[in-house]
Design a binder for this molecule. Sequence first.
Ligand code: KIV
Ligand code: NA
Length: 273
Amino acid sequence: MKKTVPDLVRSEDKLVMVTAYDYPGALSAERAGVDMILVGDSLGNVVLGLESTAQVTLDDMIHHARAVRRGAPATFLVVDMPFGSFQTGVTDAARSAVRLVKETGADAVKLEGGEEVLEITAHLTRFGIPVMGHVGLRPQTASAQGGLKVQGKTVEGARMVLEGARAAERAGAFAVVLEAIPNRLAALVTERLRVPTIGIGAGPHCRGQVLVYHDLLGLYEGDEKKLAKRYAELGRDGREAITAFAQEVRAGVFPTPEHGFLINSDVLRRLQE
Ligand code: KIV
Ligand code: NA
């Protein structure tokens, strides 16, 4: 059964979220029984090969989220509002969020930012579009935060994280992602909020955890990230499989006749007459 917003907010169990960007990833996530799937704008980095998530468009998000929805019809689906889809005003943000919900079947949208997205969050939630907040490291504007670095290590920085999370909750967000902040700050934020915190690089005290599909499956060889754990080495396995395929084709080992199809010998004889 697909979870609802109240189910997620009230859950006593740890919440599990994983990103997905296509149909097979969504199938795996749904069959694994995660609570939520996120079509993250990490799409830009891990799937499209872009430098920054800031280059991902609303149309990119819609294209991929539609495929994810087909693979996971019964899982709570969150879709990132990409950079540029909400900064130009509340009306534009609402138009973007409505497109995401209508065109993809998303159950919620996620918005990076603190106090500055309060009004947008309030507007969307007032009209029944659930919003997940996202504070701490915010990759869309990472350059302004000094790069892809841990946030909230100073009094001022930590206060911004806490106030940003509180602003999201006050504005109606049903959950808040905490990205790359110290464990004890994440614990404090989690304690101060009524809605669940979903951590990535935020320690064990959050009410939920999220990982990027490619990180947890080890799809990029050598790309170890402190904040992620690799539960598989699919990058290595994939490379080895393709190498084996290439060797077998070159050696005439694959395909054997069993991989092909039979033809009636009469047909063949008639053809050769
Ligand atoms: O885009 C993304 O994958 C995210 C998660 C890391 C929370 O925003
Ligand atoms: Na994101």
